[in-house]
Design a protein around this ligand. Structure first.
Ligand code: MLC
Ligand code: AMP
Length: 515
């Protein structure tokens, strides 16, 4: 059934109506069935409809992981609206841009989020209505359980079509301004069908999901794969390595997905409890890593402790999952495997975009039904990377081996990946430049044993006698940007090395500053 579904929503509704008692979500020890989650989604849909949300509108979610997140997510889609995903760490700079660009009719948030949304909306035109969710509640106090019953009685009539917009997922760009990747119901369903096929995901699987739901790894891979397979999901509000190890060893889950930082922390926990690691390795049938490169040392240490090999895959917000190591064949460390079923990939020359032979490094391009429809209201950015022949330029550099395994070697665009979160230097530079003590600055990544990379900034102060301190700059960034984007290291320099065109030579700067 699921291969042909026009949407994850349609697959979910089908399970919820034909097998309503089937377990769907486990949260804080309580199981919610497919039928119950559909009722919750219906109540959210009624709330949105009551606020004037219509087909084609946007609904922003600025919420941490919880059953309410999923209820609101599915409820917005039941109304035919697209969901705008907003990282809960975002602050004024990111929030005001996303709200202005996506123009949601309603933003759902919790108590701490409401103040931030109000503040950000001040600087953007047309503040969205806000639906406040009390901490721990499944619904806002203004909505009563059962409100969505009449709406649900009309299902599956009027469910969104494959070409309709399901999600606007903001991903940063080299300009420093995030762009909304337009993920349609069809591309999300195609992606999930490819993932569930490749990883043999079935209704009897249970995923332990500690990734946040506001990015494509947690939502598009974890939640969608579960709903498409009719499987179940143990959702946690955050990743705690010791507790995750205990839970995995208990045998309650068959799948675990994480970013490399989660695996390095899990390995540290396992070193103190090797017996639990063995049990977890026997109980869980598949561990997947993605969103950032998995170091071969982490791969080896994990195999030694857990007795199984992590499956590394490669994806992007704009495309969902692109490349995967094989489920049955060799999971090769340092590589991201091959295209998922029904998808294509190739390596091309950066300038000419001509395909390159195996073994040669170039830019990775991908093509298939999983690629999104372009960037929201941004035809220029869309034309740069979405080509008329269907190929999408990922901006990642890599090569393909003669037997078909892809290896990522770097990035064509400037990007720092810290703990699986993307940070565009330009955005941090723009923020630092707004500080009165900063005349010039350059932001770049440094290797970090825990997060993969960490943010460093070189600052040319306005007044060398009283340069802004690292603490001052950190606090300044923290107020305006997500905390993980702030510089962890600040260097004071007299000038920045530039080439003849005036472009800052970051490799030179890094070599000068880091010994
Ligand atoms: C948190 N902090 C980070 C950070 N995460 N700093 C740098 N990089 C990170 N990734 C900082 C916080 O700002 C805070 O600082 C302090 O660490 C503690 O915060 P926390 O919330 O307690 O952090 P923790 O729970 O330890 O988070 C670490 C983590 C998290 C690895 C669990 O970063 C995480 O969930 N990462 C996953 C991101 C993800 O889902 N990426 C997928 C994108 S989609 P302070 O100073 O304020 O205390 C994608 C496509 C694909 O990439 O292929 O999947
Ligand atoms: P995002 O824009 O947040 O979706 O992040 C996508 C980026 O994460 C990709 O363009 C890659 O640079 C990176 N990425 C994802 N998975 C991997 C991986 N397995 N190895 C290396 N980089 C990865």
């Amino acid at each position: 059934m699921h291969q042909a579904t026009p949407s994850i929503l349609a697959a979910f509704v089908a399970y919820a109506t034909t097998t309503p008692a089937r377990a769907c979500l486990i949260w804080e020890g309580r199981t919610t069935s497919y039928g119950e989650l559909l009722s919750l989604a219906g109540d959210w849909a009624a709330a949105f409809t009551g606020m004037g949300v219509q087909r084609g509108d946007r609904v922003g979610l600025f919420l941490p992981s919880s059953p309410a997140f999923l209820g609101a997510y599915l409820g917005a889609q039941l109304c035919g609206a697209a969901v705008v995903l907003i990282n809960t760490q975002y602050r004024q700079a990111e929030l005001s841009h996303i709200l202005a660009d996506s123009a949601p009719r309603v933003v759902v948030t919790d108590e701490p989020g409401a103040a931030l949304v109000a503040q950000a909306a001040e600087s953007s035109q047309g503040a969205p209505a806000t639906l406040r969710l009390p901490t721990g509640a499944p619904l806002p106090t203004t909505v009563h359980a059962g409100a969505g019953q009449s709406l649900l009685a009309r299902l599956p009539d009027g469910l969104p079509q494959a070409g309709d917009l399901a999600i606007l997922a903001y991903t940063s760009g080299t300009t420093g301004r995030a762009k909304g990747a337009m993920l349609t119901h069809g591309c999300l369903a195609a992606n999930s069908a490819a993932v569930t096929t490749a990883w043999r995901w079935t209704a009897s699987d249970r995923l332990l999901l500690t990734l946040p739901l506001f990015h494509i790894h947690g939502l598009g891979v974890g939640v969608h794969g579960t709903l498409l397979s009719g499987a179940s999901l143990a959702l946690w509000p955050r990743f705690e390595p010791d507790e995750v190890l205990q839970a995995l060893a208990s045998g309650a889950s068959t799948l675990f997905f994480g970013v490399p930082t989660m695996y390095t922390r899990l390995i540290a926990a396992a070193q103190a409890a090797p017996q639990l690691a063995r049990q977890a390795g026997q109980a869980v049938r598949l561990f997947v890593s993605g969103s950032a490169p998995l170091a071969p040392q982490t791969f080896a240490a994990f195999e030694q402790l857990f007795g199984q090999r992590i499956l590394e895959r490669y994806g992007m917000t704009e495309t969902g999952m692109n490349l995967t190591n094989p489920y049955d064949g060799e999971r090769r460390p340092g590589t991201v495997g091959m295209p998922f079923p029904g998808q294509e990939a190739r390596v091309v020359d950066l300038q000419t975009r001509a395909p390159l032979p195996d073994g040669t490094i170039g830019e990775i391009q991908v093509r298939g039904p999983h690629v999104c429809a372009g960037y929201w209201r941004n035809p220029t950015a869309t034309a740069e990377v979405f080509h008329p022949d269907g190929w999408f330029s990922t901006g990642d550099l890599g090569w393909r081996s003669a037997d078909g395994y892809y290896t990522i070697t770097g990035r064509a665009r400037e990007l720092i990946i810290s703990g699986g979160y993307n940070i565009y230097p330009r955005e941090v530079e723009e923020t630092l430049l707004a500080h009165p003590g900063v005349a010039e600055c350059a932001v770049f990544g440094l290797p970090d044993p825990e997060f993969g990379e960490r943010v460093a900034a070189a600052i040319v102060p306005h007044d060398p006698a009283t340069p802004p301190t690292a603490e001052e700059l950190e606090a300044f960034c923290r107020e305006r940007l997500a905390a993980y984007k702030r510089p962890r290291v600040v260097y004071h320099v007299a000038s920045l090395p530039r080439n003849a065109l005036g472009k800052v030579q970051k490799h030179e700067l890094r070599a000068q500053l880091v010994v």
